[in-house]
Design a binder for this molecule. Structure first.
Ligand code: SF4
Ligand SMILES: [Zn+2]
Length: 388
């Protein structure tokens, strides 16, 4: 027996510890503070255009306006394990600043005259009064209604009450709400993502959105922290099946590592490998019949939802990647699938590293270790062994 002091671990009859009590909140580190103060509050974080498709399937140009805001109220008290949005925020942004940012975005693209779709992202929820002044929420809703633009906004679930939606739809009655659900699984939401809401709150939010005939876009996260590649693959296909009927669009976000987050720590300690691009291809192949139960491609009869996969930082060490040689080709095929919805995009796609990926996934199914067996970095094995 030793007299060593008992460590204050979980499960000693006391209230469980929160992640933020265990990990120093990265938003408060000197480098994060300095970065936040460096932003100009009257300029949007970024404004750019991309090709998109409208709700009725018509191809169009979309403008994405990412505003510099106070960030997400969930982050202020806790925060999701992978979310690095705090890097882009300033806690003193005012209503006037937001209007200046919005006007700057409109000016940059001539009043959005060539864009039929406008995506307004706030590093949080547009319809959350603690984050975004109501007057500015109204400006965005009204401007897009008056300009006749298809509007997409992001929100957590708790803001999507009947009361809030009654108000919002009195100004603009045809927008899309994108919800970062991440996983249709309460354990994953709680222990892997630290999402701060449950699948039941998503169900409630969706029921409310349907009452007002608003479109629903659901974000799912591929490979949250503390999950191996095989589990990520199997879970994600299951979640797509669970949310497809209720979602007009499902956007699967393969994990990319953002600075100062919990997943960043794991990654730096070689305890997390971002997803393989081969896993994304396999996930799409398995989920395709759930989206197109009668076969076919995007736009065909019987399509249940639209599946979009966009590997942010695809091919980079901090994003989904393969061996390095085949990455660009595989990323391009995945992005083409998001538009066409055709599995033919993956026809003939092959590389030697596919066998390594397959072996890793197979091993993980036999030996389900939570942090996975994937090699944490690609590159020469000899170099890795030599590194200190
Ligand atoms: S709810 Fe969204 S914005 Fe807020 S911490 Fe989570 S991922 Fe980030
Ligand atoms: Zn390869």
């Amino acid at each position: 027996m030793t007299d060593a002091p008992v460590l204050p671990l979980l499960g000693q009859g006391k209230k469980g510890l929160r992640i933020h009590d265990l990990v120093k909140a990265p938003a408060n580190t000197p480098w994060a503070k300095a970065k936040q103060q460096s932003w100009d509050a009257s300029e949007p974080a970024t404004v750019y255009t991309t090709p998109e498709v409208l709700a009725d399937g018509t191809p169009c140009s979309a403008v994405t306006v990412i505003l510099r805001t106070k960030g997400c109220h969930w982050w202020w008290s806790s925060g999701c394990t992978f979310c690095g949005y705090f890097n882009d925020t300033r806690d003193d942004v005012t209503n006037e600043d937001l209007h200046a940012q919005w006007n700057a975005a409109k000016e940059k693209f001539d009043g959005f005259k060539d864009q039929a779709m406008v995506k307004v992202y706030t590093s949080g929820s547009l319809l959350e009064d603690r984050e975004i002044p109501v007057a500015f929420q109204e400006t965005v809703l009204r401007d897009c209604a008056e300009l006749g633009k298809e509007l997409i906004v992001e929100s957590r679930c708790e803001q999507l009450t009947v009361e809030k939606l009654t108000w919002a739809t009195s100004i603009n009655n045809t927008f899309t709400v994108a919800i970062g659900l991440e996983a249709y699984d309460d354990e994953v939401l709680r222990f892997h993502v630290n999402k701060g809401f449950s699948t039941a709150s998503w169900d409630r939010a969706v029921a409310n959105l349907k009452k007002f005939n608003l479109r629903i876009k659901t974000y799912l996260m591929f490979k949250p922290p503390f999950m191996n590649e095989a589990d990520a693959l199997d879970h994600c296909v299951k979640w797509i099946g669970a949310v497809a009927e209720q979602s007009d669009e499902i956007s699967v976000n393969p994990m990319n590592i953002q600075r100062g987050t919990v997943i960043d720590r794991l990654h730096r300690h070689n305890e997390y490998r971002p997803p393989w691009l081969w896993s994304l291809v396999d996930m799409i192949r398995r989920a395709h019949p759930l989206i197109h139960p009668h076969g076919g491609v995007n736009g065909d009869e019987g399509q249940v939802s639209r599946l979009i996969v966009h590997p942010t930082a695809g091919g980079k060490i901090r994003g989904s990647h393969n061996c390095g040689a085949c990455d660009a080709e595989v990323v391009a095929a995945i992005e083409r699938y998001a538009v066409s919805g055709s599995l033919l995009e993956f026809e003939g796609l092959t590389c030697e590293c596919e066998a390594v990926w397959r072996a890793e996934v197979k091993l993980e199914r036999h030996l389900p270790v939570p942090l996975g067996l994937s090699k944490p970095r690609r590159g020469s094995v000899v170099d890795r062994l030599r590194s200190p």
